[in-house]
Design a binder for this molecule. Structure first.
Ligand code: UDP
Ligand code: MG
Length: 346
C-alpha cells in the first residue's frame, strides 16, 4: 500500500487496554514499514480512558483523539473516527485488545489485491456461547437476506480504502452492516481470517440483545439498499395491490347486493374489503411522502460518493499507455519469476 495508514479505535471504558494496545500497534506498524496515525475516539468513557489517551499522546505526534460528549455507541464512534482520518487506507480495530494488531498487514494486503473493504473473520473466537450461538444465526440470516457472503458481520477489525469511509454513512447501530452498505454502493468487499483474543481487561458492552435490535437494522439496510431513491416503488406497489384486492372484493359484494338482493350487514368480507382499500391508500400516501423526502434530498445535487472516477480529456490515453507498460513489464519479468533457480538463464 501507498500513503498514510489510519488506525481508528473506538473506545468506551477500556482504560487498562490502551497503553499495551498502542505498544502492540507500534510494533505491528513498524513491521509493515508504512507511515501511520492513530485516531482514538473516546465514546463517553467514565473510567479515565480519555486522560490515559492524553497521557499516551503527549509525547508523540501521530495520535489524534476525538472525545465525544457522552456515550453515543460504536457506530457514532466509528463515524467520528472516519471523519477525522487523513490516511489513504483506514483500519478499524476494537480498543479492548481482542483484535491482534499483527493481523493488520493481512487485511491491508487483501486491499492491495483490488478490494475496497476487507472484513475480518474472527478465528477461534474467545467469547462465551451465549454470544457465539446467536452470532452464527445472525450471520446466516444476514448472508441469506443481503447476498453478501461474509462469515462474520460483527467483526470490528476491518480495512478500508479511504473512498469507502468517505462514502458510507454510519449511525445508530448500523456499524454491523458497513460491508453491506459498502457493497450496495458498488464497493468490492472481501474477507480474511483474523486471530481473536480473550478480553483481558474491562467488560464487553454488548450482550445477546444486540442481535434483537440487529434485525430491525437489517430491515432498514435492506430497505435503504433497494428503495433509497425510489420508496414509492415499495409502498405504492404494495398499496396499489391491496387497494385493488379490496376494490375487487367490494365490487363482488356490490353485485351480490344489487343483482341478488343479499344483505351485507352480516358479511365479514365487507370489513376486509374496506380494510384493504384504506390500508392501500395509506401505503400509497406514505410512498408519496417518502418521495417528497427523496426529492428534496436530490435537489442538493447528485451524490459525489457514487462516482468511481472521472476520466478527463487526455487521461484515457495515459491510462492505456500505462496499461501497456504494465503488460510489457510483466512479460519481461515473467521468465525470471517462474524459472527455477537451477535453470535460470546465465
Ligand atoms: N465501544 C464503543 N462504544 C460503545 C460500545 C463499545 O466505542 O458504546 C467500543 C468498545 O470500547 C470496544 C469496541 O467498541 O473497543 C467493541 O466493544 P466490545 O468489546 O464491548 O464488543 P464485543 O467484543 O463484546 O463484541
Ligand atoms: Mg471486544
Amino acid at each position: 500500500m501507498d500513503g498514510l495508514l489510519s488506525l481508528v479505535i473506538p473506545v468506551y471504558n477500556e482504560v487498562a487496554s490502551l497503553d499495551p494496545l498502542l505498544g502492540e500497534l507500534d510494533v505491528a506498524v513498524a513491521e509493515l514499514g508504512v507511515p501511520s496515525e492513530v485516531v482514538f475516539v473516546d465514546d463517553g468513557s467514565t473510567d479515565g480512558s480519555f486522560a490515559e489517551m492524553e497521557r499516551l499522546a503527549a509525547d508523540r505526534d501521530d495520535v489524534r483523539i476525538v472525545k465525544l460528549r457522552r456515550n453515543f455507541g460504536k457506530s457514532a464512534a466509528l463515524a467520528y473516527g472516519f471523519a477525522a482520518v487523513r490516511g489513504a487506507v483506514v483500519v478499524t480495530l476494537d480498543g479492548d485488545r481482542q483484535d491482534d494488531p499483527r493481523e493488520i498487514g493481512k487485511l491491508v494486503a487483501v486491499l492491495d489485491d483490488g478490494y475496497d473493504l476487507v472484513s475480518g473473520w474472527k478465528q477461534g473466537r474467545q467469547d462465551p456461547a451465549s454470544k457465539t450461538l446467536p452470532s452464527r444465526f445472525f450471520n446466516w440470516t444476514v448472508r441469506r437476506t443481503t447476498g453478501i457472503q461474509l462469515h462474520d458481520f460483527n467483526c470490528g477489525f476491518k480495512a478500508y480504502r479511504r473512498e469507502v469511509v468517505d462514502a458510507v454513512v454510519v449511525y445508530g447501530e448500523l456499524h454491523r452492516y458497513i460491508p453491506v452498505v459498502a457493497a450496495q454502493q458498488g464497493f468490492r468487499v472481501g474477507e480474511v481470517r483474523v486471530a481473536h483474543r480473550r478480553r483481558t481487561a474491562g467488560q464487553s458492552k454488548f450482550g445477546w440483545q444486540r442481535f434483537a435490535r440487529g434485525y430491525l437494522d437489517l430491515l432498514t439496510v435492506l430497505f435503504l439498499g433497494r428503495y433509497h431513491s425510489r420508496p414509492q416503488h415499495l409502498f405504492g406497489g404494495l398499496g396499489s395491490l391491496l387497494f385493488l384486492a379490496g376494490f375487487l372484493v367490494a365490487g363482488y359484494l356490490m353485485v351480490e347486493k344489487l343483482a341478488f338482493g343479499h344483505a351485507l350487514s352480516d358479511r365479514p368480507l365487507l370489513l376486509l374489503a374496506v380494510l384493504f382499500m384504506i390500508v392501500g391508500v395509506q401505503l400509497v400516501s406514505l410512498g408519496l411522502l417518502s418521495e417528497l423526502i427523496v426529492n428534496s434530498r436530490a435537489r442538493s445535487g447528485p451524490d459525489p460518493a457514487w462516482i468511481a472516477r472521472v476520466v478527463e480529456p487526455g487521461e484515457a490515453r495515459d491510462d492505456i499507455a500505462r496499461a501497456i507498460e504494465t503488460v510489457e513489464a510483466s512479460a519481461e519479468a515473467e521468465p525470471v519469476a517462474v524459472a527455477p533457480p537451477d535453470r535460470a538463464p546465465a
